[in-house]
Write a protein that binds this ligand. Structure first.
Ligand code: HEM
Length: 538
């Protein structure tokens, strides 16, 4: 018996020994191949390169708050340089002017996306890529056209009644949960997430989710899983994307979590599509994007492309829109300055619409108040929810100064740095909505004049959902401001810190994910609010 136990132990030890030997052998072979240049990505001539290590390159220097590290390197190596992350080389662009050069002037050449192992081969196996992660090609063009049309200004204006209903429901829910107790200290992040989710699901499948009651669990599952999957798009954390040999080591399966989330996503994505098809078969006409595509075979959209479109609509704004809006709430709750922003916002709403009742009613139907537009744009600029935007790949060569950037090069926009470029924005670290307004509090910038900031990206693959996201944020912000006075939390440690890097709790994630913070809310005018949230009782 004892001998048998010893034999098992010895066998276990041999297995561990073999495993270690296998690992060291693989690493040694890879190092050799790297040194002779067989697995190392080629350097781009004439562009400064950040010194790194064999095999990994700069990967381990970029695991936390990479945008900040890139900014630090730009001080020494200039606005445009190259880094190596294992098997891939990226060009990093840091200043406002250089981003304009690469993203807008070279829009046609810079119009594809990198294909990375974890996201493209593991997560996207069943529902396909989202549009934002699909490389350039004829099928991408068909999908992009469909989604861009659905999300253009005109079609977003058709969604106004839904934005009206859903944003009113959010405020009504908050008021109900406040009951008699006021002021309440809270964080409205989950309400903002439910709002964004409801609108996406409505637009895609024509379903109104009851995120507070009947569909609460489903909504929380979607929010959680989509957040996990978005994080798998991290430009640095998925080591198997860059260190190819890791994929060949048995027992190490860094992508296991990715496969698990994909299965959980399949459950709700397949159900939404199945239910909609059943409703159509039963003759219940539903006016939504998916039924328009299903009813129009000439669009040439295949089943798998339809799945990609659905995925895009469900996931694209689910983190970005609520995080940005919540960051704005964080500014409104700052001692001293927060009160001033709110006072000016209320005054400008009255000036624009005549009174607050009209401002509430008209907010879903356009973005007319320039001060609120400036407040939101300053939030988008200051926070830059995707500090490294989304990565790009060039489909044609770009001539940059004396260098040729070949087709197939991966590009990273350091959007946070470009949005804080002192040559473009005076006092870039100050939150100043008035920077976008003239002396009469009117916007001195029009969209046709170019790009205000790079939070929605830019050029041919810029964000297709920016009109929808902006209209959603505008409506909810106007309504929150009319409904509530926002105050700092009692405990100073619960106040939002202004620096997004300091607040960031997932330092390797693709978007800023601030740790929870709180603010006080108190009903501004109970009588007015009663009539606004329950107009049927008026
Ligand atoms: C505040 C909210 C949002 C922010 C900050 C944001 C930001 C971005 C960024 C930075 C990109 C990459 C752009 C580039 O490469 O230049 C992008 C792409 C995209 N976004 Fe958004 N987004 C938001 C909301 C939305 C919403 C609500 C939707 C649709 C429901 C959406 C749909 C898309 C699509 C389809 C793409 C891919 C474009 C392409 O690759 O052709 N976004 N977004």
């Amino acid at each position: 018996m004892i001998q048998c136990f010893i034999n098992i132990l010895l066998m276990g030890k041999h297995i561990v020994d073999y495993f270690v030997l296998y690992f060291l052998g693989l690493l040694g072979a890879w190092l050799l191949l790297d040194i002779v240049g067989l697995v190392a990505p080629r350097k781009i001539a004439g562009i400064p390169s950040i010194p790194g290590y064999p095999i990994v390159g700069n990967l381990f220097q970029l695991l936390e708050n990479a945008s900040k590290t890139y900014t630090g390197w730009s001080e020494r190596y200039g606005d445009v340089y190259q880094v190596r992350m294992g098997a891939h080389r990226f060009l990093v662009i840091n200043s406002f002017e250089e981003v304009k050069q690469f993203w807008i002037k070279n829009s046609c050449e810079n119009n594809s996306r990198p294909v990375l192992y974890t996201f493209h081969k593991i997560v996207s196996k069943t529902q396909g890529f989202t549009i934002g992660s699909t490389p350039q090609g004829p099928r991408y063009k068909v999908m992009k056209k469909t989604v861009s049309t659905a999300l253009n200004k005109r079609n977003v204006s058709i969604l106004a009644p839904a934005i009206d209903d859903q944003s009113r429901a959010v405020i009504r829910f908050i008021v109900e949960t406040m009951k008699q107790k006021q002021p309440v200290e809270t964080d409205l992040m989950n309400c903002f997430q439910n709002f964004a989710l409801k609108l996406s699901i409505y637009m895609a499948y024509g379903i109104v989710l009851d995120t507070e009651n009947r569909d609460r669990e489903l909504a929380q599952e979607i929010i959680k899983i989509e957040n996990k999957i978005i994080n798998l798009r991290s430009q640095t954390s998925n080591l198997e994307d860059y260190l190819i040999f890791l994929r060949y080591i048995p027992l190490i399966r860094l992508t296991e979590a990715a496969a698990k989330y994909r299965h959980r996503r399949d459950v709700y994505m397949d159900k939404f599509l199945f239910d909609l098809k059943q409703r159509i078969l039963a003759g219940n006409q539903t006016d939504c994007l998916v039924s328009q595509i299903l009813g129009n075979p000439v669009s040439g959209i295949t089943e798998s492309e339809l799945k990609s479109i659905c995925l895009t609509l469900v996931s694209a704004g689910l983190d970005n829109t609520p995080y940005t809006l919540n960051h704005c709430m964080g500014h409104l709750s700052q001692p001293v300055t927060g009160e001033k922003f709110q006072a000016l916002a209320i005054k400008e709403l009255e000036n624009t619409y005549g009174n607050l009742k009209k401002a509430w009613e008209q907010a879903p139907y356009g973005v007319s108040c320039d001060y609120i537009v400036a407040l939101l744009n300053e939030t988008l600029r200051y926070f830059t929810v995707l500090p490294l935007s989304l990565p790009r790949a060039t489909s044609k060569a770009i001539i940059y100064k004396n260098s040729v950037i070949p087709a197939g090069t991966y590009l990273i926009m350091n959007a946070y740095q470009a949005n804080h470029d002192p040559n473009q924005f005076s006092d870039p670290t100050q939150f100043q909505p008035l920077r976008f307004l003239d002396g009469d509090n009117k916007l001195h910038f029009r969209e046709s004049e170019g790009t205000l900031h790079f939070t929605f990206g830019a050029g041919s693959r810029g964000c297709s959902g920016k009109h929808l996201a902006f209209q959603e944020m505008y409506t909810l912000l106007v309504r929150v401001l009319i409904a509530f006075k926002v105050t700092p939390p009692q405990k100073s440690e619960e106040l939002m810190l202004l620096d997004p890097f300091e607040m960031n709790q997932r330092k390797g994630a693709v978007s800023f994910e601030p740790r929870p913070f709180r603010y006080g809310i108190q009903i501004r005018d109970p009588e007015l609010l009663q009539g606004l949230v329950n107009p049927e009782l008026e």
